[in-house]
Design a protein around this ligand. Structure first.
Ligand code: SAM
Length: 220
Protein backbone atom coordinates (compact mmCIF):
# COMPACT_ATOMS: atom_id res chain seq x y z
CA UNK A 1 0.00 0.00 0.00
CA UNK A 2 1.24 3.48 -0.87
CA UNK A 3 2.58 5.53 2.01
CA UNK A 4 3.66 9.15 2.22
CA UNK A 5 6.30 9.98 4.81
CA UNK A 6 6.89 13.58 5.85
CA UNK A 7 10.60 13.66 6.62
CA UNK A 8 12.20 16.46 8.68
CA UNK A 9 15.75 17.40 7.64
CA UNK A 10 18.49 19.42 9.42
CA UNK A 11 18.01 23.18 9.97
CA UNK A 12 21.76 23.80 9.75
CA UNK A 13 23.78 21.05 11.37
CA UNK A 14 23.81 18.01 9.09
CA UNK A 15 24.08 15.70 12.09
CA UNK A 16 20.53 16.60 13.12
CA UNK A 17 18.76 13.87 11.22
CA UNK A 18 17.26 10.75 12.73
CA UNK A 19 18.23 7.21 11.81
CA UNK A 20 14.63 6.62 10.82
CA UNK A 21 14.61 9.63 8.51
CA UNK A 22 17.72 8.25 6.77
CA UNK A 23 16.15 4.79 6.51
CA UNK A 24 12.96 6.21 5.00
CA UNK A 25 14.99 8.24 2.48
CA UNK A 26 17.01 5.13 1.61
CA UNK A 27 13.83 3.13 1.07
CA UNK A 28 11.91 5.83 -0.80
CA UNK A 29 10.85 5.15 -4.40
CA UNK A 30 10.18 8.85 -4.86
CA UNK A 31 11.40 11.93 -2.96
CA UNK A 32 9.44 15.17 -3.33
CA UNK A 33 11.82 18.05 -2.56
CA UNK A 34 11.42 21.77 -2.09
CA UNK A 35 14.71 22.22 -4.00
CA UNK A 36 16.14 19.07 -5.57
CA UNK A 37 19.69 20.47 -5.39
CA UNK A 38 19.51 20.99 -1.62
CA UNK A 39 18.10 17.50 -1.09
CA UNK A 40 20.67 15.92 -3.41
CA UNK A 41 23.44 17.47 -1.30
CA UNK A 42 21.90 15.97 1.83
CA UNK A 43 21.49 12.56 0.17
CA UNK A 44 25.06 12.70 -1.08
CA UNK A 45 26.30 13.53 2.42
CA UNK A 46 24.65 10.32 3.66
CA UNK A 47 25.70 8.28 0.60
CA UNK A 48 22.10 7.73 -0.49
CA UNK A 49 22.29 7.26 -4.22
CA UNK A 50 20.07 6.79 -7.27
CA UNK A 51 16.94 8.39 -5.86
CA UNK A 52 14.18 9.81 -7.99
CA UNK A 53 13.83 13.40 -6.78
CA UNK A 54 11.11 15.75 -8.00
CA UNK A 55 10.38 19.37 -7.18
CA UNK A 56 7.42 20.25 -4.97
CA UNK A 57 7.48 23.87 -3.82
CA UNK A 58 5.26 26.92 -3.25
CA UNK A 59 5.35 27.81 -6.95
CA UNK A 60 3.97 24.48 -8.19
CA UNK A 61 2.19 22.88 -5.21
CA UNK A 62 -1.36 23.84 -6.27
CA UNK A 63 -0.78 22.83 -9.87
CA UNK A 64 1.15 19.62 -9.16
CA UNK A 65 -0.56 18.20 -6.11
CA UNK A 66 -2.94 16.01 -8.15
CA UNK A 67 -0.15 14.64 -10.37
CA UNK A 68 2.01 13.85 -7.39
CA UNK A 69 -0.81 12.06 -5.58
CA UNK A 70 -1.20 9.81 -8.65
CA UNK A 71 2.54 9.12 -8.63
CA UNK A 72 2.51 8.43 -4.88
CA UNK A 73 -0.29 5.91 -5.42
CA UNK A 74 1.81 4.04 -7.97
CA UNK A 75 4.76 3.38 -5.67
CA UNK A 76 5.22 1.99 -2.20
CA UNK A 77 7.15 4.72 -0.36
CA UNK A 78 7.27 8.45 -1.02
CA UNK A 79 9.13 10.95 1.14
CA UNK A 80 8.35 14.66 1.26
CA UNK A 81 11.22 16.88 2.40
CA UNK A 82 11.78 20.63 2.46
CA UNK A 83 15.08 22.49 2.34
CA UNK A 84 15.26 22.54 6.13
CA UNK A 85 13.17 21.43 9.07
CA UNK A 86 9.74 19.86 8.98
CA UNK A 87 7.69 20.10 5.77
CA UNK A 88 4.35 21.81 6.42
CA UNK A 89 5.84 24.16 9.02
CA UNK A 90 6.15 27.41 7.03
CA UNK A 91 6.98 25.16 4.07
CA UNK A 92 4.91 23.23 1.52
CA UNK A 93 3.30 20.10 2.90
CA UNK A 94 -0.26 20.78 4.02
CA UNK A 95 -1.87 20.54 0.56
CA UNK A 96 -0.16 17.25 -0.23
CA UNK A 97 -1.05 15.72 3.13
CA UNK A 98 -4.69 16.81 2.84
CA UNK A 99 -4.99 15.43 -0.69
CA UNK A 100 -3.17 12.19 0.19
CA UNK A 101 -5.58 11.58 3.08
CA UNK A 102 -8.58 12.31 0.81
CA UNK A 103 -7.28 9.67 -1.59
CA UNK A 104 -6.73 7.25 1.29
CA UNK A 105 -2.96 7.27 1.06
CA UNK A 106 -1.41 6.55 4.45
CA UNK A 107 0.54 9.52 5.83
CA UNK A 108 3.16 9.48 8.56
CA UNK A 109 5.14 12.50 9.73
CA UNK A 110 8.45 11.56 11.34
CA UNK A 111 9.50 13.58 14.39
CA UNK A 112 12.60 15.66 13.82
CA UNK A 113 14.17 19.08 13.34
CA UNK A 114 12.10 22.25 13.23
CA UNK A 115 13.35 25.71 14.17
CA UNK A 116 10.62 26.92 16.52
CA UNK A 117 10.95 24.16 19.15
CA UNK A 118 14.61 24.70 20.15
CA UNK A 119 14.10 28.49 19.86
CA UNK A 120 11.14 28.35 22.25
CA UNK A 121 12.77 26.04 24.77
CA UNK A 122 16.10 27.89 24.96
CA UNK A 123 14.36 31.29 25.18
CA UNK A 124 13.62 30.48 28.82
CA UNK A 125 10.01 31.67 28.39
CA UNK A 126 7.12 29.51 29.61
CA UNK A 127 6.44 26.74 27.13
CA UNK A 128 3.66 24.66 28.67
CA UNK A 129 1.36 26.41 26.24
CA UNK A 130 2.45 28.62 23.36
CA UNK A 131 1.27 30.09 20.09
CA UNK A 132 3.22 29.49 16.88
CA UNK A 133 2.52 31.76 13.96
CA UNK A 134 5.05 31.10 11.17
CA UNK A 135 5.89 34.21 9.10
CA UNK A 136 4.05 37.46 9.86
CA UNK A 137 2.33 39.19 6.94
CA UNK A 138 4.68 41.78 5.39
CA UNK A 139 2.41 44.81 5.57
CA UNK A 140 -1.35 44.51 5.85
CA UNK A 141 -2.47 42.95 9.08
CA UNK A 142 0.95 42.95 10.75
CA UNK A 143 0.09 45.57 13.35
CA UNK A 144 -3.28 43.96 14.17
CA UNK A 145 -1.55 40.63 14.61
CA UNK A 146 1.13 42.10 16.89
CA UNK A 147 -1.63 43.69 18.99
CA UNK A 148 -3.24 40.27 19.28
CA UNK A 149 0.09 38.78 20.37
CA UNK A 150 0.46 41.52 23.00
CA UNK A 151 -2.85 40.52 24.57
CA UNK A 152 -2.09 36.80 24.67
CA UNK A 153 -1.08 35.08 27.88
CA UNK A 154 0.84 32.40 26.02
CA UNK A 155 4.40 32.71 24.75
CA UNK A 156 4.32 33.57 21.03
CA UNK A 157 6.85 32.17 18.56
CA UNK A 158 7.23 33.26 14.96
CA UNK A 159 9.67 33.31 12.05
CA UNK A 160 11.19 36.44 10.54
CA UNK A 161 13.48 37.08 7.62
CA UNK A 162 16.75 38.94 8.24
CA UNK A 163 15.80 41.96 6.13
CA UNK A 164 12.57 42.51 8.09
CA UNK A 165 13.86 41.70 11.59
CA UNK A 166 14.71 45.24 12.67
CA UNK A 167 11.51 46.77 11.29
CA UNK A 168 9.47 44.09 13.05
CA UNK A 169 11.25 44.67 16.36
CA UNK A 170 10.61 48.43 16.01
CA UNK A 171 6.95 47.79 15.31
CA UNK A 172 6.81 45.50 18.34
CA UNK A 173 8.21 48.29 20.53
CA UNK A 174 5.44 50.56 19.19
CA UNK A 175 2.70 48.01 19.86
CA UNK A 176 3.94 46.17 22.97
CA UNK A 177 6.23 48.73 24.60
CA UNK A 178 10.01 48.76 24.90
CA UNK A 179 10.06 46.90 28.23
CA UNK A 180 8.40 43.78 26.85
CA UNK A 181 10.71 40.73 27.10
CA UNK A 182 11.86 39.09 23.87
CA UNK A 183 14.24 36.39 22.71
CA UNK A 184 15.70 36.21 19.22
CA UNK A 185 17.26 32.90 18.22
CA UNK A 186 19.72 33.23 15.37
CA UNK A 187 21.22 30.49 13.19
CA UNK A 188 20.14 27.59 15.40
CA UNK A 189 22.43 24.54 15.27
CA UNK A 190 25.01 26.43 13.16
CA UNK A 191 28.49 27.65 14.11
CA UNK A 192 27.40 31.27 14.70
CA UNK A 193 24.26 30.36 16.58
CA UNK A 194 23.25 32.59 19.48
CA UNK A 195 20.13 33.70 21.32
CA UNK A 196 19.53 37.33 22.24
CA UNK A 197 17.49 37.71 25.44
CA UNK A 198 16.36 41.10 26.75
CA UNK A 199 13.69 43.75 26.28
CA UNK A 200 12.32 44.82 22.90
CA UNK A 201 14.08 48.20 23.24
CA UNK A 202 17.40 46.42 23.94
CA UNK A 203 16.84 44.12 20.97
CA UNK A 204 16.32 47.10 18.63
CA UNK A 205 19.50 48.68 19.95
CA UNK A 206 21.43 45.43 19.56
CA UNK A 207 20.32 44.62 16.01
CA UNK A 208 20.66 48.26 14.86
CA UNK A 209 24.35 48.09 15.52
CA UNK A 210 25.29 45.09 13.45
CA UNK A 211 24.59 43.56 10.05
CA UNK A 212 21.46 41.42 10.34
CA UNK A 213 22.25 38.19 8.49
CA UNK A 214 21.11 34.62 8.97
CA UNK A 215 17.90 32.95 10.04
CA UNK A 216 15.81 34.10 12.98
CA UNK A 217 13.05 32.95 15.29
CA UNK A 218 11.37 35.49 17.59
CA UNK A 219 9.85 34.60 20.94
CA UNK A 220 7.74 37.07 22.99
N1 SAM B 1 10.22 24.06 7.86
C1 SAM B 1 11.08 24.87 8.68
C2 SAM B 1 10.92 24.45 10.15
O1 SAM B 1 10.44 23.34 10.38
O2 SAM B 1 11.33 25.21 11.04
C3 SAM B 1 10.84 26.35 8.48
C4 SAM B 1 11.08 26.81 7.07
S1 SAM B 1 10.82 28.52 6.84
C5 SAM B 1 10.83 28.64 5.08
C6 SAM B 1 12.41 29.21 7.18
C7 SAM B 1 12.40 30.04 8.47
O3 SAM B 1 12.54 29.18 9.58
C8 SAM B 1 13.58 30.99 8.55
O4 SAM B 1 13.31 32.23 7.90
C9 SAM B 1 13.74 31.18 10.04
O5 SAM B 1 12.78 32.09 10.55
C10 SAM B 1 13.39 29.76 10.54
N2 SAM B 1 14.62 28.96 10.60
C11 SAM B 1 14.95 27.91 9.84
N3 SAM B 1 16.16 27.41 10.18
C12 SAM B 1 16.60 28.19 11.19
C13 SAM B 1 17.79 28.23 11.98
N4 SAM B 1 18.78 27.36 11.76
N5 SAM B 1 17.90 29.17 12.93
C14 SAM B 1 16.92 30.07 13.15
N6 SAM B 1 15.78 30.09 12.44
C15 SAM B 1 15.62 29.18 11.48
Amino acid sequence: MAKLFIVPTPIGNLEDITLRALNVLKAADLILCEDTRTTKNLLQHYAIEGKRCMAYHIFNEHEQVGNYIRMIQQVETTALVSDAGTPGISDPGFLLVREALKQEVEVECLPGPTAFVPALIQSGFPCSSFYFYGFLPHKKGKETLLKRFAEMEETVVFYESPHRLLKTLEKMVEVMGGEHPVAVAKELTKIHSFTFRGTLAEAVQYFENQPVKGEFVLIV
